[in-house]
Design a protein around this ligand. Sequence first.
Ligand code: SF4
Ligand code: SF4
Ligand code: FES
Length: 224
Amino acid sequence: MMVQGKVNIFRFDREHDIKPRYEKFDFPFESGMTILDVLIYVRDHCDNTLSFSYCCRNRHCGLCGVVANGVPCLACHEAAEQELTIEPLDKQTVVRDLIIDQSVYNSRVEKLRLFLCRENIDGVVLPEYINVEDFEQIKVASRCVECKCCDAACPLNRADSHFLGPSGFVLLARHFFDPRDELDRNYLLKNGQIEQCVHCGRCSNVCPHNVDPEGVISRLQECR
Ligand code: SF4
Ligand code: SF4
Ligand code: FES
């Protein structure tokens, strides 16, 4: 017998709406279905104007982040519950429904100089040796898919704040721990107000790739 699920979805179109609303839809609930399956069902069978982002459907592109029953998650990875409320990662920056404006995030990230900075490569023998400890730090940070679930969970992360946010510190860590990188990235940690982190661990609790942003921030603070 088919089990009926109920989903309440945040709706807003910044081009036309004065304020957001929530709309309820029914869907055929099956064990094993994901939040993304629910959204696709609603779009295909109930309202084809429902807007949300996704691509890989396999936890890699980082595009499908939403807040489901109050918890930031990747929609393609998180199991659906029979009763759901689905909201955007940041209600303040919604473009349409579950799609958020990435411009604040992008402008923060583009200041981080996320490339290998080195002037002098004379005498470098390839392939270059990186010690195991440094490589482990880089490897963990490199698992990040920039889904921004951690930013949505962080109590300090607001569009008007100078706090870089957990995802920004993780991206920075890839280069901070790379011994080949010659840029002194401490000023980027300072500008990103790393000392403001209260180590609540909410970012780490929601990371779908177990990057542990709070742990990364702690290691960055130790190594400054
Ligand atoms: S650290 Fe984890 S939660 Fe944060 S953006 Fe990267 S993958 Fe997503
Ligand atoms: S540990 Fe720091 S970065 Fe992570 S959610 Fe808490 S305050 Fe934000
Ligand atoms: S659709 Fe790519 S991470 Fe979910």
